[in-house]
Design a binder for this molecule. Structure first.
Ligand code: FMN
Length: 196
């Protein structure tokens, strides 16, 4: 199976989750293909730091410009193991749910759906109106996995970094392309988190 994974970062809060997903995938030996929306670049700078985009570019095996709808990941003929959109804004979620494919991130997501490959959407907004919920339903009906970045409180995260790490690991595990690395609930027994 190919070890290529596409990671899209759109302009919702939680940019650090996308960054962590790329780091973890690199450590797993994946070939990371990264695409960031313009609003995603803004949230990366605001939430992770002014040089976050440059550092993410350096970490990505391949960086794709958001307007490059002719990039390899825009075609179903380019095999991948799946795609994670982390974080996924309501705008990108709506575009994906409506098959809009209006930029490379939403096109690559559409390709994953049409090719019946895993597409994990770390959809972030709160509270949610009916349009958001309908878009989540439509994306799920098309085959996407909608996984909001909700903390696993039962694992007793000690920091925001712990929460970011767990959400990123769960997103990767949902691709079913690698051995699971997210910490697991062991029925209350103490167990070291996997991948620690
Ligand atoms: C700091 C910041 C935080 C934002 N947080 C969210 C969010 O959590 N969810 C969301 O749907 N949009 C959020 N937005 C708004 C999106 O960035 C905006 O809707 C944008 O058009 C999304 O475009 P994209 O999907 O192409 O990235 C935020 C914007 C900024 C600047």
């Amino acid at each position: 199976m190919t070890r290529r994974v596409v990671v899209g970062l759109s302009g919702a809060s939680g940019a650090a989750i996308g960054v962590r997903a790329v780091e973890l995938l690199n450590a797993l030996g994946a070939e990371t293909h990264v695409v960031v929306s313009r609003a995603g670049e803004r949230t990366l700078a605001a939430e992770v730091g002014p040089d976050a985009v440059l550092r993410l570019k350096a970490a990505a095996a391949r960086w794709h410009a958001i307007d490059d709808v002719g990039a390899a990941i825009a075609s179903g003929s380019f095999p991948t193991a799946g795609m994670i959109v982390a974080p996924c804004s309501m705008r990108s979620l709506g575009a994906i749910a409506a098959c809009l494919a209006d930029n490379l991130l939403t096109r690559a997501a559409d390709v994953h759906l049409k090719e019946r490959r895993p597409l994990v959407l770390i959809a972030r907004e709160t509270p949610l109106h009916l349009g958001h919920l309908r878009a989540m339903t439509a994306a799920t009906e098309a085959g996407a996995i909608v996984a909001p970045p909700v903390p696993a409180f039962y694992l007793k995260p000690a920091s925001v970094a712990d929460i970011v790490d767990q959400v990123a690991r769960r997103a990767i595990d949902l691709l079913r392309a690698f051995d699971p690395t997210a910490a697991e609930w062991r029925g209350g027994e103490d167990a070291p988190p996997r991948g620690a």
